[in-house]
Design a protein around this ligand. Structure first.
Ligand code: S3P
Length: 429
C-alpha cells in the first residue's frame, strides 16, 4: 500500500500512542508461565505482539481478549507448557523468537520456531551459543545462526554470560532460561539495555538481582500472576517528538508514555539538540514510570556525540534522530550503533538511502551515520523495505518535507503502530 504525505500547515493536538511493545510481549509471556490468571490492559495492538500471543496459544496457553487492548492470560505455571502441534511463527518479531527460545530450551519437548523473511535473516547464533553453554539442544540453518530453529528442551545449568553486545532480547532470553536452570545464571552486558524483563520478573516473585550491568537470576519454583497496565510506547511517541520539534508550527502532547530511563535516550538526544520537550503528570503505571510529553517547534542544533551508553537507550529511534539531524544546524554523528544493521532491516543502510532520496546529506559509517544539516528535504518516493520503523520515518519525513512524499509499504506500520496514519492525519491542521 502507498500513502501520499505532504507537510501540514501546523501539527497540533493530543495523541495516545499504542501500549509499549517490549512490555506487552513480556507481560503476556511471563504471565503465561505464572500460577493463575492475569489481566493486561493497553496491550500493544501491533502484529508483533499478536505473534507472541499466537505462539503461546500453540503452546497450550489460553489467552482471551474480552475487549480490544485487554488480554486475560491463564498461566499454566513454569512446567505447564505443552508441545506445540505445529511450527511456531514469530512473524517479524525478534523479541518473540529470542525470548521464547530461552523458555523452550528448558521444556521437555520439541519445538520449531520460525518467522518472516526479515526475521529469518537476523542473527540467532547470539542466543544459540550461550544457551548451548547452559546445556540446550538447538539446531538452526546457516551454520546454526538463522531461523527456523529446532529446539529440543533439556535440563539447563546456570552459567555466567558476558554478552558481546548490549541487547535486551539476548539478556532476556538467557534470564528466562535461567529461571529453569540449576544454580545461578548471570548475564553481564557491556552497557545497560532496557530492563523491562528484570522489573516484571521481580514483581512476579522471581529471585533476580542487578549489580551494575550484571543481572543474576536463580531458579524459580513459581511465578505470581501480575495484572499489568502497559504504558504508551516511547518508540512510537518518538515519531511525534521529532515531527513536533522540527515542524515550524507545532505543539503536540503525547499522553501516558513510558519514560523508563533505559528507553528515554530519544528525549535526551533531542533536548541536547535544542528541542523543547516537557514532561508532566509523572506517575507510575505497571511498575514503570509514565509521563505526558509535550513538544513544541524548536530550533535544532547538530549533535556530535550520539554514542556509547546512549545508543541502547535510543536504538529503535536512531533513524528518527537522523531525520531530525537533517533540520539541525551543523553536523550530527551517530557512532557505536552497529546493532542497527541487524534489526528488521539494515537500518543504517536503508535510513541513509531513503532520506537521501529526499535530499538529505547522510554518510553511512560501519557503526552509524554522519548527517549534515540543515538540509531542506523535498518530497520523493520512499520505500519501507518491509520495516515498520522505516515506514513511519518516511511518514514523518513527508510531514516535514516540501512537496509530496509517497510512502511505499505504508501498511508495514501495523507491526507496531496500526493507527499511525490516522494519528498523523488527526495532528495535521
Ligand atoms: C527489544 C530490544 C531491542 C529493540 C527491539 C525490542 C526488546 O533489541 O531493538 O525493538 O523488546 O527487548 P535488542 O535488544 O536486540 O537490541
Amino acid at each position: 500500500m502507498e500513502r501520499r504525505v505532504s507537510s501540514p500547515r501546523s501539527l497540533q493536538g493530543e495523541v495516545t500512542v499504542p501500549g509499549d511493545k517490549s512490555i506487552s510481549h513480556r507481560a503476556v509471556l511471563f504471565n503465561a508461565l505464572a500460577d493463575g490468571s492475569a489481566h493486561i490492559r493497553n496491550f500493544a495492538p501491533g502484529q508483533d505482539c499478536r505473534s507472541t500471543v499466537a505462539c503461546l496459544r500453540n503452546l497450550g496457553v489460553a489467552v482471551e481478549e474480552p475487549r480490544p487492548g485487554v488480554l486475560v492470560v491463564h498461566g499454566v505455571g513454569l512446567p505447564g507448557l505443552a508441545e506445540p502441534p505445529d511450527v511456531l511463527d514469530a512473524g517479524n518479531s525478534g523479541t518473540t523468537i529470542r525470548l521464547l527460545t530461552g523458555v523452550l530450551a528448558a521444556q521437555p519437548f520439541l519445538s520449531v520456531v520460525t518467522g518472516d523473511g526479515s526475521l529469518r535473516s537476523r542473527p540467532m547464533g547470539r542466543i544459540i551459543q550461550p544457551l548451548r553453554l547452559m546445556g540446550a539442544q538447538i539446531w538452526a540453518r546457516g551454520g546454526d545462526s538463522l531461523a527456523p530453529l529446532a529446539i529440543h528442551g533439556r535440563p539447563l545449568q546456570g552459567v555466567r554470560h558476558r554478552l558481546p553486545v548490549a541487547s535486551a532480547q539476548l539478556k532476556s532470553c538467557l534470564l528466562l532460561a535461567g529461571l529453569f536452570a540449576t544454580g545461578e545464571t548471570v548475564v553481564e552486558e557491556p552497557v545497560a539495555s532496557r530492563d523491562h524483563t528484570e522489573r516484571l520478573l521481580r514483581a512476579m516473585g522471581a529471585d533476580l538481582s542487578s549489580q551494575g550491568n550484571a543481572v543474576t537470576v536463580r531458579p524459580a519454583k513459581a511465578l505470581r500472576p501480575l495484572d499489568i497496565e502497559v504504558p504508551g510506547d516511547i518508540s512510537s511517541a518518538a515519531a511525534w517528538l521529532v515531527a513536533g520539534a522540527v515542524h515550524p508550527h507545532a505543539r503536540v502532547t503525547i499522553k501516558g508514555v513510558g519514560v523508563n530511563s533505559t528507553r528515554t535516550g530519544i528525549i535526551d538526544i533531542l533536548r541536547e539538540m535544542g528541542a523543547r520537550i516537557t514532561l508532566s503528570g509523572q506517575r507510575d503505571v505497571g511498575g514503570e514510570p509514565v509521563a505526558d510529553l509535550t513538544v513544541e517547534s524548536s530550533a535544532l542544533r547538530g549533535h556530535e556525540e550520539i554514542a556509547g551508553a546512549l545508543i541502547p537507550r535510543a536504538i529503535d529511534e536512531l533513524p528518527l534522530v537522523a531525520l531530525a539531524a537533517c533540520f539541525a544546524t551543523g553536523k550530527t554523528t551517530i557512532r557505536d550503533a552497529q546493532e542497527l544493521r541487524v534489526k528488521e532491516s539494515d537500518r543504517v543502510a536503508v535510513t541513509a538511502q531513503e532520506l537521501r532520496r529526499l535530499g538529505a546529506r547522510i554518510e553511512e559509517r560501519p557503526d552509524g551515520m554522519v548527517v549534515q544539516g540543515p538540509t531542506p528535504l523535498r518530497g520523493a518516493l520512499g520505500e519501507s523495505h518491509g520495516d515498520h520503523r522505516l515506514a513511519m520515518l518516511l511518514g514523518v519525513a513527508g510531514a516535514l518535507a516540501s512537496g509530496e512524499t509517497v510512502v511505499s509499504g505504508a501498511d508495514d506500520v501495523a507491526v507496531s503502530y496500526p493507527g499511525f496514519w490516522d494519528d498523523l492525519a488527526s495532528l495535521s491542521r
